[in-house]
Write a protein that binds this ligand. Structure first.
Ligand code: C2O
Length: 344
């Protein structure tokens, strides 16, 4: 059977997975007596998520205003900044059990739920931000770390006065330091860039001979946590988390730890690119090695999560409704993919 949304009033104590210790923060969302099945609204105009390195001052202003308003919402509003950050903690740090499976934890990482879960997470986050500034066309930016022009933390995030700033980041990895997707420790920027492109080629193309190699391993009702990540989740995705996390903190906060990752606005920008990798893989890559990219297992398609939407209504969403970003009303700015030519 497919994974079902957690029972919100059975949310419990979460664990810091970097240390194995119980967390002393409560990351459970407010409960609601009503959950509705979410229907994707008709798409009247496509939102375009921009590359975070290329956005205009007007965009940066609007984005900061939206995050600022999110931070000012009442603490118990499920759309508030911390409640949104805690979604990641609740779904990823063992606060929820799988419904009907005793104390078996619910964990969306390291499995085929990774891409769909984070897509829905960003989807509602983006709609909430749009609602807060009265602009339903607002689109989240993506951190274009797969392109040499985007291989530093996007500059708008390092302005200490900005709402999207977070002081808990590795201070040795601020711009102009180049992201090291291979976690090689190499300090020659040119070598790091070229190694990054090789890694991208490998994760997106070479490493995958089946859809599951890219998406992650099956995770169904009763499956123990962490059946196995796909190439992109395991590689560049994790590397960016670890690279940004602050070594001065106890355990990699914010981006370098599941429970705190959503507290850094850069998280949603990073995951914009992770999500973009999924769309590129689905629709734009040569597919000779993986002729069939669709997973047809009903236990995948019917897996479900719950989120609060932009109106603070609790909704139930399914994996099958997340498979096509265009149906969800957004697309990505087109940027070239230099790694396509980086066969090792
Ligand atoms: Cu839910 Cu990048 O992790």
């Amino acid at each position: 059977n497919p994974i079902q949304p957690p029972v919100l009033d059975k949310c419990g104590v979460a664990t810091n997975l970097n240390t194995g210790q119980l967390l002393d923060i409560n990351c459970c969302p407010p409960t609601s007596d009503k959950i509705i099945d979410y229907k994707l609204p008709p798409v009247f105009s496509m939102k375009t998520r921009p590359s975070a390195h290329r956005v205009s001052p007007e965009y940066i202003f609007k984005y900061n205003m939206a995050i600022d308003r999110m931070k000012r919402l009442p603490k118990d509003d499920p759309r508030s900044f911390m409640q949104q950050a805690n979604i990641h903690c609740a779904y990823c740090n063992g606060a929820y059990d799988q419904p009907g499976q005793g104390t078996l934890d619910l964990q969306v990482h390291n499995s085929w739920l990774f891409f769909p879960f984070h897509r829905w997470y960003l989807y509602f986050y983006e709609r909430i931000l749009g609602k807060l500034i009265g602009d339903p066309t607002f689109a989240l930016p993506f951190w274009n770390w797969d392109n040499p022009k985007g291989m530093t933390i996007p500059p708008m995030y390092v302005d200490p006065k900005a709402a999207i700033y977070d002081p808990k980041r590795n201070q040795d990895h601020l711009p102009p330091n180049v992201i090291d997707l291979g976690m090689t420790g190499n300090t020659d920027p040119l070598q790091v860039v070229s190694n990054n492109l090789t890694i991208m080629y490998s994760e997106m193309i070479r490493a995958n001979s089946s859809a599951l190699d890219f998406m992650g391993q099956p995770y169904k009702e009763g499956t123990p946590v962490n059946p196995g990540p796909g190439a992109s989740e395991r590689g560049s995705h994790t590397a960016v988390h670890v690279w940004v996390g602050d070594p001065r903190e106890k355990s990699g906060e914010n981006l370098g730890n599941f429970y705190s990752a959503g507290r850094d606005p850069l998280f949603y920008c990073h995951h914009g690119n992770v999500d973009r990798m999924w769309t590129l893989w689905q629709y734009f890559l040569p597919s000779s090695k993986v002729p069939d990219k669709k997973i047809t297992d009903p236990d995948f398609l019917n897996a479900a999560f719950s989120f609060y939407d932009e109106n603070a209504q609790l909704v139930r969403v399914t994996v099958k409704d997340s498979l096509d970003n265009l149906k969800m009303g957004y697309d990505y700015e087109r940027i070239d993919l230099p790694w396509l030519d980086y066969r090792p």
